[in-house]
Design a binder for this molecule. Structure first.
Ligand SMILES: [Mg+2]
Length: 180
């Protein structure tokens, strides 16, 4: 039986946004405490947790693949330490908006569903950019946008800050442990 999943964008959701640039050093990767509270709700409801992140800085030669992998090792360890291991982290380093894996294209979510038997129709995508919302919707997921002042959005829910995410997830996530 396919499992539902909560997909998280990375920058601005999992860690503090680097603004228009990229997190280019492990030391600049600052985790957002409310992300872990959200992750606990996801785990307790029986959903998988997956990160899907565009990291064009690698494709543009501004940072190395090794640095990106080191940052993601820190992230994996931080989640596991809290008893909430991530199922997977997918990144797209392509510097090409037509790449099918680069959000707003849904390729990373579709790949995750294929590789981990996830039920996209019962899954959610959470991000701080409309590209995340679009990727989630193209994959058939419901969506949450975390943004203080969104312009036009087609997200199912809009929150002004990450602190509001755990209580919303408690409301909207079914108990996947009993759905099967
Ligand atoms: Mg982001």
């Amino acid at each position: 039986m396919s499992r539902p999943c909560v997909f998280f964008d990375r920058d601005g959701i999992v860690n503090e946004s680097p603004g228009p640039g990229y997190v280019e050093r492990v030391a600049d990767f600052k985790l957002v405490p409310a992300f872990f509270d959200a992750l606990r709700v996801v785990r307790d409801r029986g959903y998988a947790a997956v990160i899907v992140t565009n990291q064009r800085g690698v494709g543009r030669g501004l940072m190395s693949r090794a640095t990106l992998d080191a940052i993601h090792a820190v992230l994996r360890a931080a989640c596991a330490e809290r008893g909430c291991p991530l199922l997977a982290i997918y990144d797209c380093t392509a510097n090409d908006n037509t790449d099918p894996r680069r959000k707003p294209n849904p390729g990373m979510l579709l790949q995750a569903a294929r590789e981990h038997d996830l039920d996209l129709s019962r899954s959610w995508m959470i991000g701080d950019n409309e590209k995340d919302v679009q990727a989630g919707q193209r994959a058939g997921c419901r969506t949450i946008l975390v943004h203080l002042q969104p312009s036009v959005t087609s997200a199912d829910h809009v929150l002004p800050a990450m602190e509001k995410l755990p209580p919303l997830l408690e409301k909207v996530l079914a108990n996947a442990k009993t759905l099967d």
